[in-house]
Design a protein around this ligand. Structure first.
Ligand code: AMP
Length: 395
C-alpha cells in the first residue's frame, strides 16, 4: 500500500473529476468522474484495479458526490490519505503558488471570480463541499495561472490605458500552468539537462490549447491572456481575432455581447472552421476522406500554432527543445509534422519514423539529426497537483 496519497479534485459546475495519487510515480490508485450533478441522472464513475464501476447519485450535488466517494477513497488509500489538492483555474495576481485552504484563501478565490466567472465559482463549490465532507483533512488550492506569475511586465501588459490594469486587473494571466510546468520539468529530465539553465517551447494541445516559453523552470510568456480565449485556435474557441470584431458584429448584425461571447467560445475554433467537429480525431479522418472544411481547419490550426511558437521564441535565450503535449500533442503525428514544417527558420525538423511511432502515451524525442530537440511528453496535471499538495503539506 502506498505510503502517502493525495486526492486530487477538479470541479466543473456540474461535474467533479478526481484521482487518488500516490507520492511515488505510477498509475492512479483510483480515478473517475461524477457528472450531471444536481440532475436526476447524476452519476459517479470510477476506475480501480483496471475495473470500471458506476453508482447512481439520484439528484445528488457536489456534496453528495464527495460523500459517496469518501469511503471508496478511504478504503483504497488504507489510511495513507494526507490531504486534498483542488485545481483552481484563476488565482489572479494574488496566488503565485499553491496555497493551503483557509477562510482567507477562500475569500480571495471568491474575489477573483469575476476574472473567471465560469470556473472559479465551480471550484469554490467543490472546495466548500470537500471541506464539509472531509473536515479533518488539510486541503490545498493549486492554480492554473500561478506558474505564469513570473511573466515579465512587457509580456503580461496589454497596450491599454493603465487604469484598466491597476484598478480592474486587465492583464494577461495565462492558463494551463500546471501542465506547462510538469512537462517542461519532465523534458529537462528526458534530455539530461538541469531545469535551471534550460529553455523550452511548450505546445499544450487539448480541447483548450496554449503555448508557453519556459526558462530556468519559469514561465516567461504564454499565449492565453486575461481569459483562456486568447491565442491559438482551439476545439471550439477562436483564439486571437481582431479586437474590433465585437464592434463590427454589433454594428452590422446587431449581435449582443452574450451572442458574440458564445460564438467565440463555443462555436468557433476547429468546429467553426470545419463546420464538422471540434474533435481532432474526427477532423483527421474527414481530411483523409477529402473533407475541405476539415483540411482547412487543420491547416489554420497548425499555422497559427507555429506562428505562436515562433513568437514565444523571442522570450528564450536559447532553444533546448520544443515539447508537444495534451491529447492532440501526444497523439497526432500529423499535427506535429504540419506545425514543425512551418518552423524551418528555427532549424526544427522531425524524424518521421519517430514521429509516427510516438503516440498513445509514449514519450520521447521525434526530431531529425541536427534539429533542436522536439519531444513528446504526456502531461499529468493530477500528478503535478498531488506533488504540489504533498510539498505544501510536508513543509
Ligand atoms: P485533451 O483535452 O487533452 O483530452 O485533448 C482532447 C483532444 O485530443 C481532442 O481534440 C481529441 O480529438 C484529441 N485527440 C485524442 N486522441 C487523438 C488521436 N489519436 N489523434 C488525434 N487527436 C487526438
Amino acid at each position: 500500500m502506498p505510503a502517502r496519497t493525495i486526492l486530487v479534485i477538479n470541479c466543473g459546475s456540474s461535474s467533479i473529476k478526481f484521482a487518488l495519487v500516490a507520492a511515488q510515480p505510477g498509475p492512479f490508485i483510483l480515478s473517475g468522474l461524477a457528472e450531471r450533478l444536481g440532475s436526476t441522472t447524476a452519476v459517479l464513475h470510477w476506475q480501480q484495479d483496471g475495473q470500471q464501476h458506476s453508482e447512481a447519485l439520484h439528484g445528488g450535488d457536489h456534496r453528495a458526490a464527495l460523500a459517496a466517494l469518501l469511503p471508496k477513497v478511504q478504503a483504497a488509500s488504507a489510511g495513507s490519505l494526507l490531504g486534498i489538492g483542488h485545481r483552481v483555474v484563476h488565482g489572479g495576481e494574488h496566488f503565485t503558488q499553491a496555497c493551503r485552504l483557509d477562510a482567507e484563501v477562500i475569500a480571495s478565490i471568491r474575489a477573483i471570480a469575476p476574472l473567471a466567472p465560469l470556473h472559479n465559482p465551480a471550484s469554490l463549490q467543490g472546495i466548500e463541499a470537500a471541506l464539509a465532507v472531509y473536515p479533518q483533512l488539510p486541503q490545498v488550492a493549486v492554480f492554473d495561472t500561478a506558474f505564469h506569475q513570473t511573466l515579465p511586465e512587457h509580456a503580461y501588459r496589454y497596450a491599454l490605458p493603465e487604469s484598466l490594469y491597476r484598478e480592474h486587473g486587465v492583464r494577461r494571466y495565462g492558463f494551463h500552468g500546471t501542465s506547462h510546468r510538469y512537462v517542461s520539468q519532465q523534458a529537462a529530465q528526458l534530455a539530461g539537462l538541469a531545469v535551471d539553465g534550460s529553455s523550452w517551447l511548450v505546445a499544450h494541445l487539448g480541447n483548450g490549447c496554449s503555448t508557453c516559453a519556459v526558462v530556468n523552470g519559469q514561465s516567461r510568456d504564454t499565449s492565453m491572456g486575461l481569459t483562456p480565449l486568447e491565442g491559438l485556435v482551439m476545439g471550439t474557441r477562436s483564439g486571437d481575432v481582431d479586437p474590433n470584431l465585437h464592434g463590427h458584429l454589433s454594428r452590422t448584425l446587431g449581435w449582443s455581447l452574450a451572442r458574440i461571447d458564445a460564438m467565440l467560445n463555443q462555436e468557433s475554433g476547429l468546429l467553426g472552421l470545419s463546420g464538422l467537429s471540434n474533435d481532432m480525431r474526427t477532423l483527421e479522418q474527414a481530411r483523409a476522406d477529402g473533407h475541405s472544411g476539415a483540411t482547412l481547419a487543420i491547416e489554420v490550426f497548425c499555422y497559427r500554432l507555429a506562428k505562436s511558437l515562433a513568437a514565444m521564441a523571442c522570450a528564450l535565450p536559447q532553444l533546448d527543445g520544443l515539447i508537444f503535449t495534451g491529447g492532440i500533442g501526444e497523439h497526432s503525428p500529423l499535427i506535429r509534422a504540419t506545425t514543425v514544417a512551418h518552423l524551418k527558420l528555427l532549424g526544427l525538423a522531425l524524424d518521421e519514423t519517430a514521429n509516427q511511432r510516438t503516440r498513445g502515451g509514449a514519450s520521447g524525442p521525434i526530431h531529425a539529426p541536427g534539429s533542436p530537440r522536439v519531444l513528446v511528453v504526456p502531461t499529468n496535471e493530477e500528478r503535478q497537483i498531488a506533488l504540489d499538495t504533498l510539498t505544501l503539506l510536508s513543509a
